[in-house]
Design a protein around this ligand. Structure first.
Ligand SMILES: NC(=O)c1ccc[n+]([C@@H]2O[C@H](COP(=O)([O-])OP(=O)(O)OC[C@H]3O[C@@H](n4cnc5c(N)ncnc54)[C@H](O)[C@@H]3O)[C@@H](O)[C@H]2O)c1
Length: 251
């Protein structure tokens, strides 16, 4: 019960990694605001948490809209009087060849993944600073933010931005005892339909030779969100089956 007495806001918590993070934090005692653009998914996960004895509320919001993010933080504070933890998992992985990347595609992907992470971090951190008792912020980056990838100009740039934003936030928020880290998932099975050549190519590059499960990313995020993480800030923790450390794998 590492999160007893803690209030957490998790974005993208209706599906995939964010869903698993919400479930994990609630299972260890956190009161969780389940934020998602998709109201049905947010409501379903909040209900699932409640049915297992946890405490959760749904919040329909768009991380790319400042007013929505402020409303989410206000909901957490109005329901539970405080906010201790923010996990930013909302994101879109949409690919486009670089030469055909439109302004619309670029602005949508960076708008949700990077601008959304900035908005949530800034507004949540202001609340934590007001409370004066520190906090934890966990951003969800990606292997794609560390090296380039085909079709990932906007996505990779957005995640590289999340990594650098994490470092700058960690420096400026340290004086408030707000620790800011990121988890860097490798290929993770959040969509059962992911298979075929892309899956085989990714697995071949991973020493563990398999996709991760959302719960495996959530366990790293939970550590970074906990008081156990007390001397680590501004770091990206790969949870990627060895994807980022692998060089030559055969022979
Ligand atoms: N799945 C992977 O292999 C993988 C790998 C590396 C990084 N990531 C990152 O992990 C995070 C979660 O990925 P996932 O695979 O769980 O995705 P997912 O598509 O399964 O879930 C994302 C959730 O975010 C919500 N969302 C989308 N746009 C939103 C917005 N503007 N405001 C609020 N909510 C919004 C969606 O409705 C959805 O419920 C993303 O940031 C993604 O880039 C995923």
């Amino acid at each position: 019960m590492r999160f007893e007495d803690k209030v957490a806001m998790v974005t993208g918590a209706g599906h995939g990694i964010g869903n698993a993070v919400g479930v994990r934090l609630a299972s260890e005692g956190a009161r969780v605001l389940v934020c998602d653009l998709d109201g049905d998914l947010a409501a379903a996960n909040a209900k699932a948490i409640q049915e297992t004895g946890g405490t959760a509320e749904a919040c329909v919001m768009d991380v790319a809209q400042r007013d929505d993010v402020q409303r989410a933080v206000d909901q957490a504070v109005s329901s539970w009087s405080r906010l201790d933890i923010l996990v930013c998992s909302a994101g879109v992985m949409e690919r486009a060849p670089f030469l055909e990347t439109t302004d619309k595609h670029w602005l949508r992907v960076t708008g949700i993944n990077l601008h959304g992470t900035f908005l949530c971090g800034q507004i949540a951190a202001r609340q934590m600073v007001t409370q004066g008792e520190g906090g934890r912020i966990v951003n969800v980056a990606s292997n794609s933010g560390i090296f380039g990838g085909r079709g990932r100009a906007a996505y990779g740039a957005s995640k590289a931005g999340v990594i650098n934003l994490t470092q700058s936030m960690a420096i400026e928020l340290a004086e408030h005892d707000i620790l800011v880290n990121a988890v860097g998932p490798g290929p993770t099975l959040t969509r059962p339909e992911v298979q075929g050549a892309l899956m085989a190519s990714a697995q071949n590059r991973m020493p563990l030779k398999r996709y991760g499960l959302p719960e495996e990313i959530a366990s790293v995020a939970a550590f970074l969100a906990s008081d156990e993480c007390s001397f680590t800030t501004g770091h990206v923790f790969a949870a990627d089956g060895g994807f980022t450390i692998a060089g030559v794998m055969e022979g």
